[in-house]
Ligand binder design. Structure first.
Ligand SMILES: Nc1ncnc2c1ncn2[C@@H]1O[C@H](COP(=O)(O)OP(=O)(O)O)[C@@H](O)[C@H]1O
Ligand SMILES: [Mg+2]
Length: 276
């Protein structure tokens, strides 16, 4: 039955369809230096406004942290960016020209928006190396890749990603035997194999040891520049360790934005967090 579970996993829509990356011959227009534009976005669930006239912009290559109390709408915002939830009003653009609201979830993934959920979903019975191989961009049909010969370039990319995620010493280990932190890094590595333009990471350090958190901070910081990264996280010490620009969400819209010091000293932010 495990094989069935793995098969089902490998058919996950975002991975199965990511070969469309090359088919969707659309140009990501970064001419204003902005990779993501959310404007006036609202969404209600049973009359409750989870996202309320939200405007949020991310620059190309930037590492952005998003904080905010439980229920502020952080995960829902990611659901809107990735096409999992459709807003009632507002617009969402990837670069200047790609209207995300007209695309399906797999199409959005294929355009290079990768998402890391909280729970790692690696192929437990495959080695670390094979996990990266399976996730690789290029020929995206999962099974052939396992048996095909890798090109030198593909092998180099796998080794590059192994270096980024710090698992060079674990290449032949079964992913299922890794620690919780190592699995999280492996999953980030799997996303990196597809070379996403934008990476969304929801609560990456939940359940990690302090050492693992430090390593995760290094990892995320190392992505800055080549990728745009949005990190949602509750752990304030962790956010402080990676923060450049921080957005505080509250009741579905932006309460404050700025450096960690600026937002922490903002009386509206203090009030929201004291009230939690
Ligand atoms: N699919 C859904 N159906 C109904 N309510 C939802 C749904 N998704 C989120 N919500 C509600 O929207 C609000 C924002 O949730 P969420 O985006 O998960 O917040 P956060 O990630 O900041 O903690 C919460 O009140 C939550 O209960
Ligand atoms: Mg959440």
């Amino acid at each position: 039955m495990k094989a069935v579970g793995q098969l089902r996993e490998s058919m996950r829509k975002d991975r199965q369809w990511s070969f469309m990356y090359s088919l969707l011959d659309v140009e990501l227009d970064l001419s204003l230096g902005v990779i993501l534009y959310l404007e006036g976005v609202s969404v209600s669930f049973d009359g409750f406004k989870a996202i309320d006239n939200l405007s949020f912009y991310v620059n190309a290559g930037e590492l952005r942290c998003v904080i905010g109390p439980n229920g502020a709408g952080k995960t829902t915002m990611m659901d809107i960016i990735t096409g999992k939830t459709r807003p009632d009003t507002g617009s969402a653009y990837f670069g200047r020209t790609i209207d995300l609201l007209r695309l399906s979830e797999p199409e959005i993934a294929a355009l290079g928006i990768g998402r890391k959920f909280q729970k790692p979903t690696v192929f437990e019975h495959h080695s670390v190396f094979e996990n990266l191989e399976l996730a690789m961009a290029g020929d995206k049909r999962v099974f052939p890749t396992l048996f095909a010969r890798l090109t030198g370039e593909q092998r180099d990319r796998i080794h590059e990603v192994l270096g980024i995620i710090g698992l060079q010493g674990q290449t032949q280990r079964a992913a299922g035997a890794l620690s919780h932190g190592q699995k999280q890094w492996l999953e980030i590595g799997m996303l990196l194999m597809q070379d996403p333009h934008l990476l969304l990471v929801d609560e990456p350090v939940a359940g990690m040891t302090h050492q693992e958190m430090d390593r995760t901070a290094e990892l995320l910081l190392s992505l800055e520049g080549r990728h745009s990264v949005v990190v949602v996280e509750h752990d304030m010490d962790f956010v402080r360790s990676i923060a450049k620009r921080v957005t505080v969400l509250h009741q579905g819209s932006v309460l404050a934005e700025g450096s960690m010091d600026e937002v922490q000293n903002d009386p509206r932010v203090v009030e929201v967090y004291l009230g939690e």
